[in-house]
Design a binder for this molecule. Structure first.
Ligand code: G3P
Length: 284
């Protein structure tokens, strides 16, 4: 399984690169905005073009970096995708264009097929596409059929929607059970969003359907908020999990590990410790 970092922070990307466990990066306009605002205050601020180039070079060849288009209509999305690819892919050959699967807004305005048309247009040009803002297996199927190389189902936001519709208060990183939740513990009825009981359920179903039809489109489990969710999408068979830096870090932290580290450090015998002194002496 591959791990992507869901960030546009060069600092985070640099730090993670040193561990060699991150296989790519996903950005979106919200993340780019945050990174640009953060670095505007720094003394070594770069322009947006220079900043993106630094990200691409830092992440390196063979490790995809998704960059999202800004427009909502098919023709402009294709033009923007081609521009991004032409301008930036030369840096490290790792640019993937992110296209929303459907650009209809909350008021119902927009053409439902513009996302699909744009995916197809870019795929025809052999430009790799990551179809984003996927909330149902049906959207994933259509994006894959249109030629997307990756689909990004937003697991955490499915959980948010289920809790919001039920009026349940929650924090962004709160765990949501993969098997779903009932409003009343005595009731059998599990809450759903578009027939899905959780974000992990969304990933499981997409993986299952793609497997069923041998669809060669990779599933990037996105909008992950905590390590248990990463565990569950891994068990569900997601090809890739993209996550914020904090989630990656929290995959390592465990009180049992911390207690063990303390206990083993406390128990270090002086003779055993002397071995390391000898080693230090021989290095000098
Ligand atoms: O990759 C998708 C991600 O950036 C959205 O995450 O936590 O804002 O739903 P989130």
């Amino acid at each position: 399984m591959r791990f992507f970092l869901d960030t546009a922070s060069l600092e985070e990307i640099k730090e993670a690169a040193a561990w060699s466990i991150v296989d790519g990066v996903t950005t979106n306009p919200t993340l780019i905005r945050k990174a640009i605002l953060d670095q505007r205050d720094s003394e070594n601020g770069l322009d947006i073009e220079g900043y993106i180039k630094k990200i691409l070079a830092q992440v390196g060849r063979m490790s995809p970096v998704s960059l999202e288009v800004a427009a909502l209509d098919a023709d402009t999305m294709v033009n923007q995708g081609m521009m991004l690819y032409e301008k930036f892919n030369a840096v490290a050959g790792n640019v993937v264009i992110k296209i929303p699967v459907c650009t209809v807004n909350t008021r119902g305005e927009g053409n439902p097929f513009d996302g699909i048309t744009a995916i197809q247009g870019l795929a025809d040009e052999k430009i790799p596409v990551n179809a984003t803002l996927i909330f149902t297996p049906e959207q994933a199927l259509l994006a894959a059929k249109a030629g997307a190389e990756y689909v990004s189902p937003f697991a955490g936001r499915v959980d948010d929607r289920i809790r919001r519709q039920a009026g349940v208060a929650f924090g962004k990183a709160d765990y949501f059970p993969a098997g779903g939740m009932a409003l009343d513990p005595d009731a059998d009825e599990i809450l759903t969003d578009h027939g899905l009981v959780s974000g992990v359920d969304l990933i499981e179903r997409i993986v299952e359907i793609f497997g069923q039809y041998e669809i060669e489109c990779e599933v990037i489990a996105a909008s992950l908020r905590n390590p248990i969710q990463v565990r569950e999408v891994a068990a569900a068979g997601a090809d890739i999990a993209t996550m914020p830096f904090d989630v990656l870090k929290s995959m390592l932290i465990h009180p049992g590990t911390a207690e063990g580290v303390e206990a083993f450090t406390r128990d270090l015998e002086s003779e055993y410790l002397a071995l390391f002194d000898e080693q230090a002496d021989s290095v000098q």
